[in-house]
Design a protein around this ligand. Sequence first.
Ligand code: MN
Length: 259
Amino acid sequence: MIDFHCHLDLYRYPSLAVEDADKAGIHVLFVTTLPKAWPEAQKMIVGCPNIRVALGLHPEIAHERESELSLFEKYGNQTKYFGEIGLDGSPQLRNFQDVQARVFHTVLRLAAEMGGKILSIHSRRATEQVLDSLASHSDFGVPVLHWFSGSQRQLRRAIEQGCWFSCGPAMLRSAKGKAIAKMIPRERMLTETDGPFAFVESRPLQPADSWSAVESLSNIWDVDLQESVSILLHNLKDLTAKVQLHAPAANVRSEKIFG
Ligand code: MN
């Protein structure tokens, strides 16, 4: 299946997490939280054809890592994927809104300069600000809002602005999450886990748990599991074909579904 937002390097045993995901044949977007993690993340996935690494700078640590923005210029042309990026409006981060915005705007600008990227975006308590930021840029590629937690009105705005969405088991268990998932156009839906930060019954989710999200979507869509799988794999193929690498690096691989 597809886990379009997972922090494989932050599990207690990262190499086991990679191995399990690889053996289970899950298509994983391995998001990083700081640009410095990029070289090690690349090494971790050698020999795993279904895993891609996204270059990220998580908004929760933007104020500590702004200096690493230069690494987006260094590594950015090696990947079609930027994430985890975005904004977080939680009260404890209130003092860092300016630096978060500066970082997010810079990453969007760089994505555009590099010909567009697929972006895995965090928007907790900052949905409106994220949508405003996206609206103030162009040509940055395709935004994928991970674990959308805004209002239904904001969801309609996000859909109008061309956003895609990745939804995981934790989100799809709540009534609010289910209502949101129901409103998302099927052709813009992907699954995720956000492991190891998201849990089920005190166990951190792993990429194979994305199957649980597929089951939830089957119920929401009222189609059988096979049909959901087919929709989601088609979406992944469609999404990844929207962005091309403009300066391909030697270690960039391509294949049928997860290009
Ligand atoms: Mn995350």
